[in-house]
Design a protein around this ligand. Structure first.
Ligand code: ZN
Length: 199
């Protein structure tokens, strides 16, 4: 089997024997650096899998912008079984794209990325158009930007995203949910760290 990213034939290094059906070779996988920092979004400490570095950014861009279906399982591959167990009984709430972005892509990249967990997923938020958001000042952007389309949520929900940058979108999503009625967790594949050099 060839590495999905660099095309090298896999199967010889010890890491590749252990993770034999990983879609990436051990050389490429080594560039996926685990997230170690503790962040807080309101009172929730999000679970973040990797630092958003050049490798993560390149894979995510290729997946989102070219619709490279084959890459969809690369992101959760090493965490899939653990996450399935950890979030059993929880419902994933997908963070929204703007309608323009969704139309451009023609698919929901989060639904594809998180689909391998086999957990219930809901597309229950909607985002106001980016053009509208640009007109707002910083404080206004913090408080709006996301609405719940469907307020009837299950009791245990996980907000899922691809990259956490400032956390503003997630904060906005959290403020739509009644925390007395719902248990809320946050899960993201990538987090932006101060020194990754990725804008
Ligand atoms: Zn590779």
């Amino acid at each position: 089997m060839r590495c999905l990213w660099c095309g090298k034939e896999k199967g010889t290094s010890p890491g590749e024997i252990f993770w034999e059906d990983d879609l990436l070779c051990s050389g490429c996988r080594r560039q996926w650096i685990r997230w170690k920092e503790v962040r807080r979004i309101h009172t929730v400490v999000p679970e973040i899998l990797y630092r958003y570095n050049h490798m993560g950014s390149a894979c995510l861009r290729q997946f989102k912008e070219t619709g490279d279906e084959a890459l969809k399982d690369v992101f959760l591959y090493r965490d899939r079984n653990r996450l399935k167990r950890k979030y059993h009984g929880w419902t994933l709430l997908l963070m929204p794209s703007t309608p323009e972005k969704f139309q451009q892509r023609g698919f929901s990249h989060l639904e594809e990325m998180y689909g391998s967990l086999g957990l219930p997923m809901r597309d229950c938020f909607e985002k106001t158009a980016e053009a509208e958001q640009k007109l707002l000042d910083y404080t206004e952007r913090q408080s709006i930007g996301i609405r719940l389309k469907d307020a009837a949520l299950p009791e245990r929900v996980v907000l899922v995203d691809d990259v956490i940058t400032t956390g503003a979108t997630l904060r906005s999503a959290l403020s739509c949910i009644d925390r007395k009625k719902h248990r809320v967790r946050i899960l993201s594949v990538f987090g932006v760290s101060g020194d990754t050099g990725i804008p």
